[in-house]
Design a protein around this ligand. Structure first.
Ligand code: EPU
Length: 427
C-alpha cells in the first residue's frame, strides 16, 4: 500500500509552477484520435488519468510518444472503434472518446465509464446528444453499441444540465457532422474553451466556446496541429489552499487567474490576502482564518465542485461556523468521516455540510476516498499537529503531478511510502 506520510504544522512558503490541466488534456487527447495526422500536445501533465488515456489511444491504433510533458499522437492509421471494459473502468473521461470515435469511424462499442465514486454519474446526456446527431444506440448489460446512420447530422442539442463531458462529446462529434449544430445550455468551463481552441486550430468551425450557446459548423476534415494545454485551475487552487491552512505565503505561477474567479473571492472572505500579477497568484494567510458564510458549488463560473473538499479543510480551522452546499455531485462528502478522525467538527445532511471551526487538527491514519477528497486530506495533514498517513493515494495520482515534490518545495514535510506506515517505526 502506498501512502503519504505528513509531519504537519510547518508553515508553507515559496512558489511553484502550475501543472497543465488534467480536465483539458483528457478531451484534447481524445480529439487527437479524430483529427488526421500527428498532433503535438504540450504541457500534458504526468498523471495516471493521462496514462489511461494514452492506453485508450494506443488501443484504438494511435502511436503515442511522450517527450517530457509533450505528447505526440499519430492517428494516421488508427481506425479502432471499441474500448475494452478494463480501460473504460479506469476513469470517467473514457466516455469522452465516444464522440471522437463515432465521428471518425461511424461506430463505437463502449461500456459504462469508471472514475471517482462521487455520485451516480450517469451518461444519459452524452447519449442524448449523440442520438440528436443521428447515432443509434443499443444498450445491454452496460455495453453500448453505437452506430451512425449514414452520416452524423448537425442538430439543435438542448442540455437539461450544462454537463462538461456531454458538451465535450457533442462538440467532438459535431465538429465533422454534416451541417450546423447548436448546443444550448452548454458547459462554460475553461476546459471547453481549450478543446474548442484545439479543434479550431485543426480546421473546425466552432464559435461560442465558453458561452452557454455553442455553434458548430461541421467540416469535412480536421488536420493535426500543435497545442499547449492550459494551466490546471484546481491544482493551482489546491496549492493556494495549502498556503492558507498552514498560515503560509504561497505563489503559483503560470496560471490563468481569471479561471480561478469563483475561488479567489472565497479565499479573501476567509481572510487571506490574494494578489495577482500577470500569470502569478500569491496568497498570504492570516493568523486565523475567517469562516465562509455559505459556499455553494456550481457550474463555471461559480465555485467548482472539484475545490469543495480542499476548501472544506480551511473551514475546519476557521473562526466560527461555515456552510458548504455540494450542488453538482450527490455523494462528494466522503472526505468528511476522514476529517472527523483528525478532529474536525462537521455535520452533513444530504448535500449540506456544516463545519464548526476548531483550534487544531491532529495527525491520524486516514484513507483517501477519491481524487479531491484525497488532496483535501493531505492539506489537513499539512495543517495538523503530529503525523498523518494518507493511504489510497492512487486517487491523488490521477490528478496532481509531482504533488509531494511540489509541497516539499514549499517547505512541507511529506514523503511517499510504499509500505504500511503502521509497520514502520520511522519515516
Ligand atoms: N450528469 C448527468 N448525466 C450525464 C452527465 C452528467 O446526470 O449524462 C450529472 C453528473 O452525474 C453530475 C453533473 O451532471 O452530477 C456534472 O457532471 P459533468 O458531466 O459536468 O461532469 P464530468 O464531465 O463527468 C467533469 C470533470 C470533473 C468535474 C465535473 C464538474 C473531467 C474529466 N472531469 O466531469 O472533474 O468535477 O466536470 O465540473 O473533465 C475531478 O477532476 O476531480 C473531476 C471529478
Amino acid at each position: 500500500m502506498t501512502s503519504f506520510v505528513v509531519n504537519g504544522g510547518r508553515r508553507l512558503s515559496g512558489s511553484l509552477v502550475c501543472q497543465g490541466s488534467k480536465n483539458s488534456a483528457l478531451p484534447i487527447l481524445a480529439a487527437t484520435y479524430l483529427v488526421n495526422g500527428k498532433s503535438v500536445i504540450h504541457n500534458c501533465p504526468r498523471l495516471s488519468d493521462v496514462e489511461s488515456t494514452i492506453k485508450i489511444l494506443e488501443n484504438l491504433g494511435c502511436k503515442v510518444e511522450r517527450r517530457s510533458n509533450d505528447l505526440v499522437v499519430d492517428s494516421t492509421s488508427a481506425n479502432g472503434y471499441e474500448i475494452p471494459e478494463s480501460l473504460m473502468r479506469e476513469m470517467r473521461s473514457s466516455v469522452i472518446f465516444l464522440g471522437a470515435i463515432l465521428a471518425k469511424t461511424g461506430k463505437a462499442v463502449i461500456s459504462a465509464p469508471g472514475g471517482c465514486e462521487i455520485g451516480l454519474r450517469p451518461i444519459d446526456l452524452h447519449l442524448f446528444a449523440m442520438r440528436k446527431l443521428g447515432v443509434t444506440i443499443s444498450e445491454e448489460h452496460g455495453r453500448l453499441e453505437c452506430f451512425v446512420n449514414k452520416k452524423l447530422k448537425g442538430a439543435k442539442i438542448t442540455l437539461t444540465f450544462p454537463s462538461v463531458g456531454a458538451t465535450e462529446n457533442a462538440i467532438l462529434a459535431a465538429a465533422v457532422a454534416e451541417g450546423t449544430t447548436t448546443i444550448i445550455n452548454a458547459a462554460r468551463e475553461p476546459e471547453i474553451i481549450d478543446l474548442c481552441d484545439f479543434l479550431n486550430k485543426c480546421g473546425a468551425r466552432i464559435s461560442g466556446g465558453g458561452e452557454s450557446i455553442i455553434v458548430i459548423d461541421g467540416v469535412k476534415k480536421l488536420s493535426a496541429t500543435e497545442h499547449t494545454v492550459i494551466c490546471d485551475r484546481i491544482a493551482a487552487a489546491t496549492y493556494l489552499f495549502a498556503g492558507a491552512v498552514t498560515g503560509g505565503d504561497v505563489s503559483v505561477k503560470n496560471t490563468v487567474p481569471a479561471h480561478l474567479g469563483g475561488i479567489l473571492p472565497v479565499l479573501e472572505e476567509a481572510g487571506c490576502t490574494v494578489s495577482v500579477r500577470c500569470d502569478e497568484i500569491r496568497l498570504k494567510a492570516p493568523l486565523k482564518l475567517n469562516r465562509i458564510d455559505k459556499l455553494i458549488t456550481q457550474p463555471y463560473p461559480g465555485f467548482p465542485t472539484d475545490a469543495q473538499a480542499p476548501i472544506m479543510v480551511l473551514t475546519t480551522l476557521a473562526r466560527g461556523t461555515s456552510v458548504i452546499v455540494e450542488n453538482i455531485f450527490e455523494t462528494r462528502f466522503k472526505h468528511v468521516p476522514e476529517l472527523l478522525r483528525m478532529g474536525a467538527k462537521i455535520r452533513t445532511e444530504g448535500r449540506v455540510a456544516v463545519v464548526d471551526g476548531v483550534e487544531r487538527l491532529y495527525g491520524a491514519s486516514v484513507v483517501s476516498p477519491d481524487l479531491r477528497g484525497g488532496s483535501a486530506l493531505v492539506l489537513a495533514a499539512l495543517a495538523a499537529n503530529g503525523i498523518t498517513s494518507v493511504s489510497e493515494i492512487k486517487h491523488i495520482d490521477r490528478g496532481y503531478e509531482n504533488f509531494e515534490k511540489n509541497l516539499c518545495m514549499l517547505n512541507a514535510d511529506i514523503v511517499r511510502m510504499t509500505k504500511n506506515y503502521a509497520n514502520t517505526k520511522e519515516k
